[in-house]
Design a protein around this ligand. Structure first.
Ligand SMILES: NC(=O)c1ccc[n+]([C@@H]2O[C@H](COP(=O)([O-])OP(=O)(O)OC[C@H]3O[C@@H](n4cnc5c(N)ncnc54)[C@H](O)[C@@H]3O)[C@@H](O)[C@H]2O)c1
Length: 459
């Protein structure tokens, strides 16, 4: 007998088909119908929590899937203006798949609950706030029996990672489908590269290199808050500036290159050492370094080098590479998409050395769309689908490199996993009147990492 939760439930399609006749309904009398498939129509209803740039993009991808009918029915944010512009943007493209009247637009720290309460078990919620809130909202989604799409990173520290590992198991126990926005894993060309590397086409992997170096983007650099602005809302609005909210530019920006490189290596590193510094700060009050260099070590001794820089006027590079004993695998070339993944027979990147490249018969498919086709197909076909554990591992390994740079110490996977520094405890009960998760000193400056001085915590 197959005891897996997946084996004990009907698919959404099966359930509708079966309950479509009186006889079948009678046959089901007394049988506990798993809540996950109790939705009454074939339409997957969707709520968006965190209606910012990516949340709006993810909702647009969700409303574009080809796997079956979907409808956006509720939205939540802490800022009214963000929700309004997201709604207007989506309406321009997807009006026929939206039913979000004013009383299903929710604002505030408890807005996520209200938006999820609109849904029925088996529907889907998009979690696209800064990552600090991920565990809080994921916990409620599981209670409500909802399938989930959550953006990366999924954690920024050890304690919330341990919590998310537990929540991932609870989601499995309820047979919920959960996607994590590390979309490069869904890129078909990189999937082909992964197979080729596992087949030995570049030989044994000797080293990996990853680069995310460009000018200032997002909210990574912030100047002092205006006196009239609420401190917590300021830190949320400028979330790339604050480690509790995002893991800083390191976690938010570098996780993709770190994750895709670990994927191609088919392992997670066990320790990291790193350096970094603050060069041109001007009036900036954020907690980020301007540049980071990390040496990750895998269990078999292989090294992965990650270079991150957020600075204008310097060389830009946004790419990931795997060097093997027989050649070079390019994982990313100039960003996330198109990957332009390819294999060279040596380590010189000249055209004559290319032995495999992105097929020429059409443009590479958009991984941001593919991750939604894959997630909704799993929901409709009731196939196992939970990316949280690997999302937490990617987030932890990213935090491991960040902590190594911020403390100036060698940090192991177990160190970061078992760390007791929770950056923002109590986010499940936060209100506008709560003290902000990070407090500025009398000069309006926040604590910054001090490698070699602050060694056990990042600040
Ligand atoms: N996969 C990718 O390539 C990709 C790209 C961009 C962003 N992201 C991720 O998406 C997330 C959001 O990033 P973004 O660029 O869209 O930021 P954003 O600031 O544009 O959007 C975040 C939204 O969440 C809202 N919000 C914050 N806290 C909230 C709370 N507690 N409850 C409800 N709403 C809340 C904000 O007001 C804002 O509208 C981040 O985790 C980021 O790393 C992923």
């Amino acid at each position: 007998m197959n005891d897996s939760p997946a084996a004990n439930v009907t698919t959404r399609r099966d359930f509708l088909r079966t309950t479509g006749t009186f006889a079948a309904a009678s046959a089901l009398a007394g049988v506990a119908i798993p809540r996950v498939h109790a939705a009454e129509s074939n339409t997957i209803q969707i709520a968006l929590v965190g209606a910012g740039g990516r949340g709006t993009g993810a909702a647009s991808n969700a409303l574009s899937v080809k796997t079956g009918p979907v409808k956006l029915v509720a939205m939540a944010d802490v800022f009214d203006n963000r929700l309004k512009s997201s709604f207007e943007g989506l309406k321009g493209q997807h009006a026929d798949k939206m039913d979000v009247p004013e009383d299903r637009k929710f604002i505030g720290f408890d807005s996520y609950k209200k938006a999820m309460d609109v849904l029925k078990p088996g529907d889907l919620v998009i979690l696209a706030t800064p990552p600090a809130f991920r565990w809080v909202q994921f916990k409620y989604a599981i209670e409500r029996g909802l399938n989930v799409f959550m953006e990366k990173p999924v954690t920024v520290d050890g304690p919330t990672s341990r919590r998310m590992f537990e929540l991932a198991k609870q989601a499995d126990a309820k047979n919920l489908k959960v996607g994590v926005g590390l979309m490069c894993r869904h890129c078909r060309v990189r999937q082909d590269l992964f197979k080729r590397v596992q087949d030995g086409q570049i030989g044994e992997i000797i080293a990996l290199r990853a680069y995310r170096m460009h000018g200032p983007v997002g909210s990574a650099f912030s100047e002092a808050k205006k006196p009239e602005e609420n401190e917590t809302l300021f830190q949320i609005r400028r979330f790339h500036s604050f480690l509790w909210a995002s893991g800083g530019c390191f976690s938010d920006f570098y996780i993709h290159n770190i994750d895709e490189s670990c994927w191609i290596k088919n392992a997670w590193p066990v320790e990291a050492q790193a350096s970094g510094g603050r060069h041109y700060r001007g009036n900036a009050i954020d907690q980020n370094f301007d540049n980071y260099s990390v040496e990750y070590t895998f269990g078999d001794g292989t090294k992965m080098f990650m270079y991150g820089r957020t600075m204008p006027g310097v060389h830009d590079q946004f790419a990931s590479y795997a060097h093997g004993s027989k050649g070079l695998g390019v994982i990313s070339s100039e960003g996330h998409w198109p990957s332009k993944a390819r294999i060279y027979k040596g380590h010189k990147m000249t055209n004559s050395e290319i032995v495999w490249r992105t097929p020429k018969e059409g443009p590479e498919l958009d991984p941001y769309q593919l991750e939604w086709e894959d997630l909704t197909a799993a929901i409709r076909n009731n196939t196992p689908y939970n990316e949280v554990e690997r999302g937490v591992k990617a987030s932890l390994v990213t935090s491991m490199g960040r902590m190594a740079a911020h403390t100036g110490q060698i940090v192991t996977y177990d160190d970061i996993l078992n760390s007791d520094h929770e950056f923002a405890p109590g986010l499940d009960t936060i209100t506008l009147d709560s003290p902000a998760p990070l407090l500025a000193n009398a000069d309006g400056k926040y604590p910054v990492p001090m490698p070699g001085i602050t060694k056990r915590r990042e600040y």
